[in-house]
Design a protein around this ligand. Structure first.
Ligand code: HAM
Length: 420
C-alpha cells in the first residue's frame, strides 16, 4: 500500500453498496421537479473563469480562495463549476431561451468544486440539486421555490428545519444601506475579527454573517437592511411572506442572512437542519442575467447540497430504500453447462429480468453459497436432467418454495410473474 495514491482530500467515492441511496434521492428530486413543471438542464463541468468572476463576484470567498482554476493547453483560463447558477444563465443566454415562452424553469444535479477547509458536510467536490426560474419578478416564484425546497426535506422525513429569510433590497436602495453599514463598521473596526477588517474594504455585507463572537457583539447594534429597503422591495418581501403562510411554512426573518455570493437582490433564504447545518440556500438575482451579458431578465433560484441532505437523513435514522436485488441467479450443475446457462441468462435479460451467473468457476455448493450472499430473489439450477427433460425448478430464496417450469426464458418469466 506504500505506493498507493489515495482519493484527493475533500472528495468522496460513492461505492456500489451505497449508490442506491443516491439513486433514490436523485430520482426523488427529479420527480419533485416534474411535479413543479421544471425541466432538467445539464451544463459542462468547466467554464471560462470569467463567467464565475462576473457571476459570483470578485470579492467573494469563492472567487478569492476557492475556485479550481487552471490554464488549458490553449492557455485559456478554465474553472471547474464553482456553482450552478452562472453556467445555467450562460446557457440561457447562449441558446436564446429567453425567446421561448417564459418563464424558463430548470433544475440541475451537478458536482460543484470549491477549495474549502474540509470538515463534515464541507467538501471540495460536493453535489447540488439546484433550481432556477428565469423571467418572472413575481414574489410567488420566491415563495414557490422556498416551498419546494422545504417540502423536499419534509417529504423525505427530515423534520424540524429552520427557514431563514431576508431581503437585500435592489440596486437602488441597497447602496444607502451599505453606506450606513460601512460608517457603523468603521466606527467599530477595532472590535472586528481580522477577516472582517479585510472584508470591510472588499465586501462589507458579508460581515453580517460572520460567526466570530467579537463581530457578533458589534453587529447587535448595526443598522438593519430591512429598515432601508425601498417601498417596492418592501412590498415584494411582504408578499413573499404572505405566500409562505399559504404554504404553512414557518420562517424566521433574519437580517443577517446575506449569503456568500454577490448576485442576490431582494429575497434571500436558507434552510438549516435542527443542528444548524445549512442544507439549502438561494434567493432572487434580478440583475445577474444582464450582468453576464444577457437581457434584463429577473430570476430566482436555490441550490441544495446533496451530501448534506444525506447527512440529515442519517441523523434522522432514515433508511431510504432497500438495495435492489437480482431477480435470478443461474447455478450451473457443472462447467459443461456454461453455454446453456449463458444463453438462458442472456434471454432472460432481454425479457427485462435481472439475471447473473458465476464467473469464477465455483463448484455447485459454492455457487449456491454465493447466490445466498448476494441476496438474489430466485435461483435456477441448470444441469443434464434439466436440459434433457426441458424443465427446471425456480427456487424462491426467501420462502424456499420451488416452482417447476419449462426451460425457456418466456416460461421462466411467466412463472416468476405468477409467483409475484
Ligand atoms: P451555496 O449556498 O453556495 O449557493 O450552496 C448551496 C448549498 O450547497 C449549501 O446550502 C450547501 O447545502 C451546499 N454546499 C455548499 N458548499 C458546500 C461544500 N463545500 N460541501 C458540501 N456542501 C456544500 C449556491 O451555490 C447558489 N448557486 C445557490 C443558488 C441557486 N442561488 C440561486 N440559485
Amino acid at each position: 500500500m506504500s505506493n498507493f495514491i489515495q482519493i484527493p482530500k475533500g472528495t468522496k467515492d460513492c461505492l456500489p453498496q451505497e449508490s442506491y441511496v443516491w439513486q433514490y434521492v436523485e430520482s426523488f428530486l427529479r420527480d419533485k421537479a416534474r411535479k413543479f413543471g421544471i425541466k432538467e438542464i445539464r451544463t459542462p463541468i468547466f467554464e471560462y473563469t470569467e463567467l464565475f468572476l462576473r457571476g459570483i463576484g470578485e470579492a467573494t470567498d469563492i472567487v478569492q480562495k476557492e475556485m479550481y482554476t487552471f490554464n488549458d493547453k490553449g492557455n485559456r483560463s478554465i474553472t471547474l463549476k464553482a456553482e450552478g447558477t452562472a453556467p445555467t444563465i450562460r446557457a440561457f443566454i447562449e441558446h436564446s431561451l429567453y425567446a421561448q415562452t417564459q418563464p424558463t424553469k430548470v433544475f440541475y444535479i451537478t458536482p460543484v468544486f470549491r477549495y474549502e477547509n474540509v470538515q463534515k458536510g464541507r467538501l471540495r467536490q460536493h453535489h447540488q440539486f439546484g433550481v432556477e426560474i428565469f423571467g418572472s419578478p413575481s414574489p410567488v416564484c420566491d415563495a414557490e421555490l422556498i416551498n419546494m425546497a422545504y417540502s423536499i426535506y419534509e417529504d423525505l422525513g427530515i423534520k424540524d428545519n429552520y427557514v431563514n429569510i431576508n431581503s437585500l433590497g435592489c440596486r437602488e436602495c441597497r447602496p444607502t444601506y451599505t453606506k450606513e453599514l460601512e460608517k457603523f463598521l468603521h466606527k467599530n473596526v477595532d472590535c472586528l475579527c481580522g477577516i472582517c477588517k479585510d472584508r470591510l474594504e472588499k465586501n462589507p455585507l458579508r460581515i453580517l454573517d460572520c460567526k466570530n463572537e467579537k463581530c457578533q457583539n458589534v453587529l447587535v447594534d448595526a443598522p438593519k437592511i430591512l429598515d432601508f429597503i425601498c417601498d417596492d422591495c418592501s412590498n415584494h418581501f411582504e408578499e413573499v411572506k404572505s405566500f409562505l403562510k399559504v404554504f404553512n411554512i414557518k420562517f424566521n426573518v433574519n437580517s443577517s442572512i446575506v449569503r456568500g455570493l454577490d448576485y442576490y437582490t431582494r429575497t434571500v433564504f436558507e434552510i438549516l437542519d435542527k443542528n444548524g447545518l445549512a442544507l439549502c440556500g438561494g434567493g432572487r438575482y434580478d440583475n445577474l442575467i444582464e450582468q453576464i451579458g444577457g437581457k434584463d431578465v429577473p430570476a430566482v433560484g436555490f441550490g441544495m447540497g446533496i451530501e448534506r441532505l444525506m447527512i440529515a437523513l442519517e441523523n434522522e435514522g432514515i433508511k431510504v430504500s432497500e438495495e435492489e436485488t437480482l431477480d435470478v441467479f443461474i447455478v450451473m450443475f457443472d462447467k459443461l453447462f456454461g453455454k446453456d446457462a449463458l444463453k438462458l441468462c442472456n434471454e432472460l435479460r432481454k425479457l427485462n429480468i435481472s439475471c447473473d451467473l458465476d464467473y469464477l468457476d465455483r463448484n455447485l455448493k459454492s455457487q449456491m453459497k454465493y447466490a445466498n450472499k448476494i441476496n438474489v430473489k430466485n435461483v435456477i439450477v441448470i444441469g443434464e436432467d434439466e436440459i434433457s427433460n426441458n424443465y427446471l425448478n425456480i427456487k424462491n430464496m426467501s420462502t424456499g418454495e420451488t416452482v417447476k417450469t419449462e426451460l425457456d426464458a418466456k416460461s421462466i418469466k411467466e412463472a416468476l410473474e405468477i409467483k409475484r
